[in-house]
Structures are given as C-alpha cells and as structure tokens.
Design a protein around this ligand. Structure first.
Ligand code: FES
Length: 127
C-alpha cells in the first residue's frame, strides 16, 4: 500500500475523523443500505456521546455509501483507516470507549480487507 504521508504535511486537523454511512436505498434494492439497518440512530448516538464526553479532538460525520453495504451499518475511522460494522448502541459505545478514547481496537466488530461483497469474493476466487 502506498504511503500517502509526506514529510512536511500539516498535522491532521482532527485526532480522529469518523465517517458513518447513513446512506438510504429503496427497500427492494439488492444491496440493502446502512440506513435501513439503523445507521442514523447509531451515528447520532456517537455524535451526541462524543459531545457529552468532551471529545473535541475528533469528529463524527455522516457519510454517503462506503460501498460495503452488505456488512453495514459501516463506519471508517481516519487517519488509521480502521473499519467497523456496528449493529447496536452497545457496539457504538464500545467503539467510542475502546477505539476513540483508549486507542485500542474492537476486534469483534472490525472489518477486514477480505470482508467483501459476495460477488466480489466470487470474482477474486476466479469463479
Ligand atoms: S449503504 Fe452503507 S456502505 Fe453502502
């Protein structure tokens, strides 16, 4: 993977920047969407908790589709580029407490690069 950091780059504006997909698709769309799986409530919870906890050095943004819809609701945290799928308020709270506050990882919720759409997995396997 290309190192995209260059000497002399300004310091990141936020210590952590969290993008939560809240994309919505029609109910019959084959890929589904994060919004129909509760993404908006979870994103709003994270944003409110970050404010409540005084986490001013990070930002919780809503985003459009991150293209890992089947695994959602998805979020990605930069600059580290770690992806999670969160399905409950408890998941969101654990990501806040462990990843964003303590700098740990929440392995049970983390998405790996090989976590792909079923059709992409078939293509990679040469089927
Ligand atoms: S709808 Fe959320 S990743 Fe595509």
């Amino acid at each position: 993977m290309t190192n995209r950091f260059c000497e002399g780059d300004p310091a990141p504006y936020y210590e952590a920047h969290v993008f939560c997909c809240v994309n919505e698709r029609p109910a019959d769309h084959p890929r589904g969407c994060c919004k129909s799986r509760g993404a908006e409530k979870l994103r709003n919870y994270m944003k409110a908790r970050a404010k409540e906890l005084g986490l001013d050095a990070l930002r919780i943004n809503q985003s459009g589709c991150l293209d890992r819809c089947e695994l959602g609701p998805t979020l990605v945290i930069y600059p580290e580029g770690i992806w999670y799928a969160m399905h409950s308020i408890e998941d969101a709270e654990e990501i806040i407490q462990r990843h964003l506050i303590k700098g740990e990882r929440v392995a049970r919720l983390m998405l790996q690069p090989e976590d792909k759409r079923p059709e992409d997995r078939r293509l990679l396997a040469g089927e």
